[in-house]
Design a protein around this ligand. Structure first.
Ligand code: 5AD
Ligand code: SF4
Length: 463
């Protein structure tokens, strides 16, 4: 009989990818993913440690899971609770002490060993479970994971690089994800081919520092992200490529050239700057100043004039003055973003910035965040409004909320709602944008012949 698995994912897309791979690892053990934790034989919380709120949420969710576990125990049924991801990595033993009903604590680099951990939990019976595996093993998990099964979507994530050696002073990633690591080119290509064969049309390459990618090719030569993108663009069926998250320091000429030459590489880039103040950038250990960032943006836009940019910002980094914050607003006005994320600085235990003098009071952080977000939202609204009346390709991903409607993505990663028959999920269609809402667009199919069915969707139609 199949067992039910419930995975709740917090945080970044890397965690979304990891959750899918954990499901792949557990499938041979008879676990089938479901969406009801109350009915689950195993619950995995795949956690995020990047900001304070993220880890607090995990402990309150664990409280809820504990109640479900007790209910099931009263009915004579077992529930294994696992905590994975970056909070698990950071807390380790402490998590088993604070939440003793948790059965497994595992880090982002050890989930290929899940079957072993499950066996240990079952051997231990009801008591004394508490399996902990937060090593940074010498072997790469990617060499031990089963082949990706891929979902049934048209758009998929593919992890190509992980970890980070940059040590921005605010960030826990170098401690929770470990040292930088790139998967070999052949491994990435093989996974992309499996996904393409399953109907995936759009691949988003993932890495904490994805453009630091330097995977080895079969001759043992380091290959950069630009070259990897060119290789993946050759795969039949892969019509769109994206990558995230990148660091300004690792935007090299080869990557800029890929934006110029590779039609499948979408004109949308998430390129975090965090601050527009040189002083703060220095204190953050970002390794570049504001002028250098603007230069990179200029190079990219020269290569791909329709490139839309997205960004991350932190307000209230220790020592940030009004003038520093003004410099951030200036940078935002200069660049003009299609979309962005902004956060209040959150002191993370063990990171250098947590101990810096000049921690900024909460009310000032709140005010700065509100001001920055108002500016970014107005830029996003203006960007979306400028799409109205234009024609673009939309990749249909799934049925929309209203009958007869599909939802897809524009090249600029905007959600677009269009009236179209359901069998067109997976198609790239030419769409005229007719209206914009705060976070999405509405369009209609151009006709006739506006639809460009992809090879596999035609196969699906005739199947
Ligand atoms: N406080 C606030 N924001 C943070 N980020 C990373 N660490 C912190 C922190 N300690 C933000 C950065 C990063 C994004 C993923 O999260 O903007 O780019
Ligand atoms: Fe964190 Fe900086 Fe590495 Fe990004 S580049 S993961 S912000 S340390």
């Amino acid at each position: 009989m199949s067992k039910k698995l419930y995975i709740k994912t917090y945080g970044c897309q890397m965690n979304v990818y990891d959750s899918a791979r954990m499901a792949d690892v557990l499938a041979p053990l008879g676990y089938a993913p479901g969406d009801d934790p109350g009915d689950a034989d195993m619950v995995i919380l795949n956690t995020c440690h990047i900001r304070e709120k993220a880890s607090e949420k995990v402990y309150s969710e664990l409280g809820r899971m504990r109640l479900l576990k007790e209910q099931r125990a009263a009915e004579g049924r077992d529930m294994v609770i696992a905590v994975a991801g970056c909070v698990a990595q950071a807390e380790g033993e402490e998590m088993l002490r604070r939440a003793p009903f948790v059965d497994m604590v595992l880090g982002p680099q050890t989930y290929h060993r899940l079957p072993e951990m499950v066996a240990r939990v079952h051997r231990a019976g009801a008591d004394g479970r508490g399996v902990l595996d937060t090593d940074f093993p010498v072997e790469s998990k990617f060499d031990h994971l089963p082949a990706a099964r891929g979902g049934d979507g048209v758009s998929a994530f593919l992890s190509v690089q992980e970890g980070c050696d940059k040590f921005c002073t605010f960030c826990v990633v170098p401690y929770t994800r470990g040292a930088e690591f790139s998967r070999p080119v052949a491994q990435v290509v093989a996974e992309a081919e499996v996904l393409a064969a399953r109907g995936v049309r759009e691949l988003t390459l993932l890495g904490q520092n994805v453009n630091a990618y330097h995977g080895l090719d079969t001759q043992g030569r380091a290959t950069g992200l630009g070259a990897l993108i060119r290789r993946l663009a050759d795969i039949d069926g892969i019509e769109r490529l994206r990558y995230t998250t990148s660091h300004p320091r690792d935007v090299d000429a080869e990557l800029v050239a890929a934006h110029r030459d590779v039609a499948q590489l979408m004109p949308y880039l998430h390129l975090p700057v965090q601050s527009g103040s040189d002083r703060i950038l220095e204190a953050m250990n970002r390794g570049h100043d504001a002028a250098r960032y603007l230069e990179i943006v200029q190079d990219l836009r020269a290569a791909r004039p329709d490139l839309a940019l997205s960004c991350d910002f932190i307000v209230g980094f220790p020592g940030e003055t009004d003038a520093d914050f003004e410099a951030t607003l200036d940078l935002v006005r200069t660049v003009g973003y299609a979309q962005a994320y902004s956060f209040k600085y959150s002191a993370r235990p063990g990171t250098p910035a947590a101990g810096l003098p000049g921690q900024v009071p909460e009310d000032i952080k709140d005010a700065r965040l509100a001001e920055l977000q108002a500016l970014l939202e107005s830029q996003q609204a203006a960007f979306n409004a400028a799409s109205v009346g234009r024609t673009c390709d939309v990749l249909f991903e799934r049925p929309g909320r209203h009958a007869g409607q599909l939802v897809g993505r524009s090249p600029h990663n905007q959600a677009v709602h269009v009236h179209a028959p359901e069998h067109q999920v997976g198609d790239l269609a030419t769409v005229v944008i007719e209206a914009c809402k705060p976070h999405s667009l509405e369009g209609r199919l151009t006709e006739p012949g506006g639809i460009m069915p992809s090879a596999t969707s035609e196969e699906r139609l005739s199947a």
